[in-house]
Every structure is written in structure tokens, then in C-alpha cells.
Design a protein around this ligand. Structure first.
Ligand code: ADP
Length: 580
């Protein structure tokens, strides 16, 4: 019963604390009446009274009422419009019409349209109850709506949770299915792993076997390498020993021509150590005149690869060049490829000089023999022309000339024979004691006869030597003849006899041009002749050689002292006769 006051409505405590009540009333005394009635009911509230539409709309905005009490009709406004405005702005706020004139049909119509309640001004006793109920209903509606909303939200949350659960279930199912597949795969993989593992175990065993075989092979190879290295080291030591003991200079060089090793003889001969040799190179040791030829030959030997030999003049540590025969031998591997070159240099200087001397000797000997023979032939031709005229004054002259030529040929042949005999050890001497000064005096007779030269003999004139007088005379003649031949401007020839302990030293000096010091040591060699443009005399280069051989037989010494431009002294020593 809407218009009646229900016991429980009166009794019901108001649920909205200190509600805000908006009163739309143009009559102030009616408004006061309303307020008084509400206060009297014990309701605690806040209120605002408005009289027109403008203040009503402002209060809706700014006062925010919990309930509206409206007069039914106002001069410029009415409750129906006010209700419509309230519905559009705050539809949940309860709206009670308080009127003195409203008829029940209108009131029913208004309640049907949404107005919360109505009260008559002359029956205001029920107003507070209606206000309470409207407020409580609204609050309950609000709470219900809140609860409903909450329930709706919870239901929605439940639905979502349910959906989530369903989804999660599906996920789980999918995962379970995946797990089944995975488990299947894992099983396959496990089987595969098992098979692979078995295979690996087998392979490991095979590897172990192979490793064992390999380590045995390795051991075998190591043994072989050790043996081979030892053999190589031994062979290298043998090679080095051999290279060090041979009388030749020796070295090794690579296929490209780089020198690797030199024996001690190399260092002794060149005076260069390994680093100096490397730094200076091979070429500084070769005679400039042989350089081009040597580099061509060296290259061609290396190119052909079968070895070869050539002759060069190599510089000795003292700066002298000596002839060497260089031999290059390849060391090849099993495939026939050259691995290394071994080079040797043999000193052939003496041989070379000897050859040179021999060549010179043949040409000189031919020339020397030809000169007296040509002269002899000329004398004989002239004699032949005058043979029918024995009174011709030319006859004795030609015979003397022919004899001279013959003597010269004889002397040359004697020299040759003597030299040949001396060389074969066939030179015999017949030693007897004799006074050397006497023998010298006799043999100088022929020179003194020419009266061009003065020969003086000084020293110990009584010395008796134990020697072959004929051979010693031969030496003296040779020395004096040489002094005449090779020192023609020096007219004085001095002979000195000196007794030194058990020997007698005889020397022949001249004031001639002298002999270059570097040639002195070769003077007594066979076929040796000093090259001199000044000398017009020819000879076989045998005289001094024969002299040296004769003195050797007497166990004496022979030598020469010479100063260029001042003269030469040739000397020899002989044993003095026993008991002197
Ligand atoms: P040869 O028969 O040619 O004269 P020798 O053996 O007697 O030969 O002499 C050798 C060389 O010694 C000669 O070619 C000459 O040049 C040199 N010689 C010898 N005696 C003298 C000297 N008194 N003064 C300068 N040179 C000399």
C-alpha cells in the first residue's frame, strides 16, 4: 500500500546517513512546514529549497540531492517537467510530489510514469515515512543493482574462469598429446642413441685397435728414423773427415750455387773464415782475368748436372794467385736429381809453370839450335863455293866460324843431356881434394884473354875442397858467362873464396842490372829464364839448374843475392878437403 504508512516502514531505520533533500516549492511557508515535519520525525538531513526551474537545474548539478520533494504546480514550472528533467540528469534519485490539490487519478498516473510517491500537504504526517521508504528503496535498489552487478561480474568472472579452465584443459590435453608424441619421439631417440652408442663402442674398439697398430708402426718408424739419422750422421762425419783429410781445398754448394761448407784447407789457403767467405763471395778470390771464363764454366757445369772441371787462378791469403784445377761433382738422389755439389780445387801451379816452361823451352831450344845450325850451314855453303880455291883467305875464317857454330850446338846438346841426366839421377861426380883458387884461375884464362873484363879473385886462396873439379869448373864457367851475358855493362867480375867451418863458399859478383826479388827463388829451376827486355842473350834456362844439381850432389848449397840496379852475387858451398 503505497499511500499508507506501514509499521515496518516507520520502524525501518534510514539506510542513507544524513541525506540531502531538495525541495521545489515557491511558497516559503509550505517549504518551512515540510522541513519542520521532516525534522520532527527525527530525520537528520541537509536541505535546499528552490522555487523555479533555473535554481532547480542548478541544484541538480551542484547540490546532488538524494531525494527531491516537489510541489505539483508552480507559477512557471510544474512537477511533471521537473520530474522529466530529473529523469534525464539523475534517474535514480527518488522524486516525491507534495501537493495540496492533486487528485488520486493524476497521482496514480504520475507514479505509473515513474514518480516515486506523492503526499498531500494536509496529510504531512506520512511524509517522513515516504521519504524514508523512498530513500531506503533507492538505496536498496542501488545495493541490489550493486549486488546484481557484482553477481553479474562474478558470474562473468566465473564464465571467464570456466572458459579459462576449459581452455587450460584443452591446452593440457594438447600438451598431454604433445607429451605422448614427445615421449614417443624420445623413445625413438633413445633407441637411436642406444644403436649409435653401440656403434660408437664398436668404433671405439676399432679405433683402439688402429691406435695400437699406429703406435707400433710409429715405434717402428721412429726406430728406422733413429737408425737412418745415425747412419746419416755417420755418413756425414765420414764425408767431413774425408773432405778434411784430402790434400785439396774442398767445399759443398747447393743446386742454386750457394756455398754451404768449406774444409779447413779453404780457410788456410784463403785466410777467410766462414762468415768472411759468405760476405765477400767466391769472386773476390778469382783472378780478374779468369772471372768471366770461370762464371761461364761454373754455370754450364751446374746446368748440365754431370760435373766437370776447369782451371782458375785463386788468390792465396798473402795475395799471390796460384793455378788450381777446380772439379765439381754432383751428388744425386735415387731419382737421379742433383741434391748437392761437391767441389775441390787442386793446386796445379807448379805443374802449370812447368808446362809453361816446357812450352817456352821447346820454342827456345828450337830457336837456340837453329841459330848455330843456320850459321854452320852458311859457312859450309861458302866453303863449298871456294873448295877449288885453297888459297882463299876466307877458308880459315869459315872453318873457324863453322867450328864455333858446331861447338855452340855441342854445348847446347851437352846442356840438354846434362839436364836430362840430372833429372834422371844420372849425374855422377868424382870427388877429389884440390885447391879451388887454382882451378878458378885456370878456368878464367879465356875471359881474361879477351881483355874486356877484369876478373879478380879474393879471399882464402889456399882452401882445398873435396869436389869434382870438372863439374865445379863447369859451374864457375856458367857463373862467369852469365855475368858477361846478363850484366854486359859491368866489366868487373869479382870472385871470392871464403872458408866457413867445414865448407868453402865461392861467390861470383857483378855490377849488373840485378834480378827482380820475386824471380830469385825460381832461378835454379829447370828451364827458368828471367824475362827481360834488356837482355839480348838467349839460353835454355838450364845452366843454373845443372849447377844446382851438381852442388846438390856435393851436399853443398847454392844461392843468389841480388839488388836491382846494383848487381848480383851467385854463390855455392863445397865441403873442404879432410885434414885441411
Ligand atoms: P840460360 O842458359 O838461359 O842462361 P841460366 O840457368 O844460366 O839460363 O840462367 C837463368 C836465368 O838467370 C837467365 O835467363 C838470366 O835471366 C838470369 N841470370 C843468370 N845470371 C845472371 C846475372 N849475373 N845477372 C842477371 N841475370 C842473370
Amino acid at each position: 500500500m503505497r499511500n499508507g504508512v506501514a509499521a515496518n516502514d516507520l520502524m525501518a531505520p534510514i539506510r542513507v546517513a544524513n541525506p540531502k533533500i531538495l525541495i521545489l516549492e515557491d511558497n516559503q511557508s509550505d517549504a518551512d512546514l515540510l522541513l519542520r515535519e521532516l525534522k520532527r520525525s527525527g530525520l537528520s538531513f541537509t536541505s535546499r529549497v528552490v522555487q523555479n526551474r533555473e535554481t532547480y537545474e542548478d541544484a541538480l548539478e551542484n547540490f546532488s540531492p538524494d531525494i527531491i520533494l516537489s510541489d505539483y504546480s508552480l507559477p512557471s514550472f510544474d512537477a511533471v517537467t521537473a520530474f522529466a528533467i530529473k529523469q534525464s540528469k539523475c534517474p535514480h534519485v527518488p522524486f516525491i510530489i507534495v501537493s495540496g490539490t492533486i487528485v488520486d487519478e493524476n497521482a496514480v498516473e504520475l507514479v505509473k510514469n515513474g514518480v516515486t510517491d506523492y503526499a498531500l500537504k494536509d496529510k504531512l504526517l506520512t511524509l517522513s515515512t515516504k521519504v524514508n521508504r523512498a530513500l531506503n528503496d533507492t538505496q536498496a535498489g542501488k545495493e541490489k543493482a550493486f549486488t546484481d552487478e557484482k553477481i553479474k561480474m562474478q558470474a562473468a568472472a566465473l564464465i571467464i574462469a570456466n572458459k579459462e579452465l576449459v581452455f587450460q584443459n584443452k591446452e593440457k590435453e594438447i600438451r598431454a598429446a604433445d607429451l605422448v608424441i614427445l615421449s614417443g619421439n624420445l623413445k625413438i631417440q633413445k633407441d637411436e642413441l642406444y644403436t649409435a652408442n653401440n656403434l660408437l663402442i664398436k668404433q671405439e674398439e676399432k679405433v683402439k685397435t688402429i691406435n695400437l697398430e699406429l703406435s707400433q708402426l710409429n715405434l717402428e718408424l721412429e726406430k728406422r728414423v733413429v737408425n737412418r739419422t745415425k747412419a746419416l750422421a755417420e755418413s756425414e762425419t765420414r764425408f767431413r773427415n774425408m773432405i778434411e783429410t784430402i790434400p785439396q781445398i774442398a767445399w759443398t754448394n747447393t743446386v742454386e750455387g750457394e756455398f754451404i761448407y768449406y774444409n779447413q784447407r779453404w780457410h788456410d789457403y784463403t785466410g777467410l773464415d766462414h762468415n768472411q767467405t759468405k760476405f765477400l763471395g767466391f769472386n773476390v778470390l778469382i783472378h780478374p782475368g779468369d772471372l768471366k771464363n770461370v762464371s761461364d764454366q761454373f754455370r754450364s757445369v751446374l746446368k748440365i748436372g754431370d760435373g766437370g772441371e776447369f782451371q782458375i787462378r785463386g788468390k792465396r791469403a798473402d795475395g799471390l794467385y796460384r793455378w788450381h784445377l777446380v772439379r765439381l761433382m754432383p751428388i744425386k738422389n735415387d731419382a737421379g736429381l742433383v741434391q748437392l755439389w761437391v767441389g775441390t780445387a787442386t793446386d796445379i801451379h807448379e805443374l802449370k809453370l812447368l808446362q809453361q816452361q816446357k812450352d817456352d823451352f821447346i820454342s827456345i831450344a828450337s830457336h837456340e839450335l837453329k841459330t848455330p845450325i843456320t850459321s854452320l850451314k852458311a859457312s859450309l855453303q861458302l866453303l863449298d863455293r871456294i873448295k877449288d880455291n885453297p888459297a882463299s883467305p876466307l877458308l880459315p875464317k869459315l872453318i873457324t866460324q863453322a867450328n864455333k857454330s858446331l861447338d855452340k850446338v855441342n854445348a847446347l846438346i851437352d846442356d840438354l843431356l846434362e839436364a836430362s841426366n840430372a833429372n834422371d839421377g844420372q849425374l855422377h861426380i868424382n870427388q877429389k881434394p884440390f885447391v879451388i883458387s887454382k882451378m878458378i884461375d885456370e878456368c878464367c884464362y879465356y875471359v881474361r884473354a879477351e881483355e874486356i873484363y877484369t876478373i879478380t879473385t879474393e879471399g882464402d886462396m889456399d882452401v882445398e875442397v873435396y869436389a869434382d873439379a870438372v863439374r865445379i869448373e863447369q859451374i864457375m864457367v856458367n857463373f862467369i858467362n852469365n855475368a858477361i851475358k846478363y850484366a854486359p855493362k859491368s866489366k868487373a867480375i869479382r870472385i871470392n873464396i871464403e872458408k866457413i867451418n867445414d865448407t868453402a863458399k865461392i861467390s861470383v859478383s857483378d855490377n849488373g842490372p840485378g834480378i827482380p826479388p820475386e824471380q830469385l827463388r825460381y832461378l835454379f829451376d829447370r828451364y827458368y829464364r828471367v824475362d827481360s827486355s834488356e837482355s839480348q842473350h838467349t839460353g835454355l834456362g838450364l845452366g843454373l839448374y845443372i849447377c844446382a844439381e851438381i852442388i846438390k850432389k856435393h851436399k853443398g848449397q847454392i844461392g843468389v843475392n841480388s839488388v836491382l840496379g846494383k848487381g848480383s852475387t851467385f854463390w855455392f858451398t863445397l865441403p873442404v878437403a879432410a885434414g885441411v
